[in-house]
Design a protein around this ligand. Sequence first.
Ligand SMILES: *Cc1c(COP(=O)(O)O)cnc(C)c1O
Length: 397
Amino acid sequence: MLFTKNITSQSIRLASSLIRFNSTTSSQAPLDASKLIIEKTTNPKSKLSKDKLIFGKTFTDHMLEIDWDSQTGWGTPKISPYHNFSLDPSSVVFHYGFELFEGMKAYKDSKGQVRTFRGNKNMIRMNKSAERITLPTFEGEELQKLIDKLLILDHEFIPEGKGYSLYIRPTMIGTDAFLGVGTPNKAKIFTICSPVGPYYKNGFKPVSLEATDYAVRAWPGGVGDKKLGANYAPCILPQNEAAKRGFDQNLWLFGKEGYITEVGTMNVFFVFKNPKSGKKELTTHPLDGTILEGVTRDSILELAKERLPSNEWDITERKFTIHDVQKAAKEGNLIEAFGAGTAAVVSPIKHIGYKGEDINIPVILGNSGELAAQIADWISKIQYGEEEYKDWSRVAK
Ligand SMILES: *Cc1c(COP(=O)(O)O)cnc(C)c1O
């Protein structure tokens, strides 16, 4: 606890929780996309040329906002010109970390249609994050419909071509102007979009990792498995420490056993050869609270199970350690490793440093392993609508 609440704030809390209780049983409005109001910009931005795009630096003409209040529920969704916020300095987001976000992308297909990839999974995850920090939940399909409208309005900002996309950042903050530590009575969802170029401009660029055991990103019972803003600031210092020693990213270890959980802000996959069966194994850490449940991770597991021949491959979610990786590398049973996330889809790993020892990982295609390259191709075909797979790609209408 940050501080001991005094009696006054306790009674305020009590009063507000009563209001919350009363309103939930009566008339909290659900999120309703059909109420959308659009105010178009009168001052359109010029579009940057494709080679000048930098992730998260420039944004489209418009943004989406929906305010929530514990008495009335979700307000009128509004798309308006990209603008600054004006918030009371006592707003809870500035003090107690009432913030959560999502990361997804929109892609332009060869017919010029705008597509998003498995956005329903992002909506489910966003609601789980909200629930965990007592921010309001919402109907995911309604937010997806609103994001679709924003994408259509700003579609000229989505660069065309394979590898190009529009990064979408749905966010929720607590906006109560109140220093009491408790459930916020006011919140805001907003969504901004940033055009991005290919993560890898000249083919894959495999990364070098420092296995990190002195700092812990997430733990069972903690909140590292949620996309809360508060989880990310504390990872910059270990990232900078790793960079000082010449590594690109942290490989996050957990526990005295040294379980491999994630890499930077990506999930991580390893491919081992099982010397007994001769089969290959694609594996990643299970969802036990120490990793974020990535949409890319889930997609890779499903496609791999469906598309890799089961007489040659085992696809597993299990705990494995840095020592298992060290041993497999020594015995020639480490085939490849890669990070997985929305930004890069896959990010091949070439090297891990652990307590002064080097673990080298084969990148047989020069810059990538075979499976990472295959998976990147599978997923990008679905994202750009070259191949329809289930309901994974949604055309904005
Ligand atoms: C967002 C994120 C991921 C990847 O999730 P995707 O849904 O695949 O983009 C993995 N790990 C962390 C810590 C993340 O924040």
